[in-house]
Design a protein around this ligand. Sequence first.
Ligand SMILES: Nc1ncnc2c1ncn2[C@@H]1O[C@H](COP(=O)(O)OP(=O)(O)OP(=O)(O)O)[C@@H](O)[C@H]1O
Length: 291
Amino acid sequence: MTTTTSFDNEAASSPTMPVVQLDDVGKSYGNVQALRGVSLSVRQGEITCVLGDNGAGKSTLIKVIAGLHEHSDGVLTVNGEERRFKSPRESLDSGIATVYQDLALAPLMSVWRNFFLGNELTGRFGTLDATKMKRIATEELTKMGISIPNLEQPVGMLSGGQRQCIAIARAIHFGAKVLILDEPTAALGVKQSGVVLKYIVKARDAGLGVVFITHNPHHAYLVGNHFVVLKLGRVALDTHRADITLEQLTNEMAGGSELEALSHELRDIDAGAVVRPSGRPAQIQSPLEST
Ligand SMILES: Nc1ncnc2c1ncn2[C@@H]1O[C@H](COP(=O)(O)OP(=O)(O)OP(=O)(O)O)[C@@H](O)[C@H]1O
């Protein structure tokens, strides 16, 4: 078996018009400026990874694109048309599907009901057409290579990875042009993360523009075509795969220059011999050890 990487199909190198574009977008919550001057292009057939530490502004960025919050400054365009979403429905209607980590699906409902949640098919007398919905859900999940033996099963009984995959398949089936995934691998183990990453690539290969929000540079680099790092609400890095290595991305995420400055400070403290009552120098934990 030959191993191909997801970006052998380097759609990113052909510049197409961005489906979603942010120009100088800012968002403040009262006195808190969560985003400042953020410019970002999301293109179809490309995975844009948005990375950043806690509080960097990732969730705020999603909320602006997904219609949960209006931006305070700058311009958001979808297919070249300026938009200012007043609700998630408006964002969805313009082809943007957002999958939140915990809220992707209704846990007590069956797999097929979840697949059609909000888009239910009805028969001639306005009753739910369960047979048709089950058939389509089976077909669509099979098409994506997602194997769920029993579609009557409540979604809450599935693994976190399976739930994310169903939400991705649903977005593709209902014609999303852009898929925003909010930390889809954050709560998953290595194997399940791998499965979800595979479906993120499938969504890209189906022609969607994918925005993959993550803390994890390793996950981002496995699938990403385009990397944007946010720091304190600003874009600290915006680059394409050909222009960055995994090491550089990891270093950028870890705050390379800040860490270097910190390591100097720690060395100075160490040289000043922080002495415990026991007489032994204190162990200073590297900030990297806690992450
Ligand atoms: N509703 C809100 N009201 C006030 N401040 C907020 C609100 N939401 C976010 N913030 C602030 O905006 C900044 C960016 O937060 P945001 O949640 O967007 O970051 P994040 O990168 O998603 O962080 P995390 O990875 O921890 O979720 C933070 O300083 C946060 O405290």
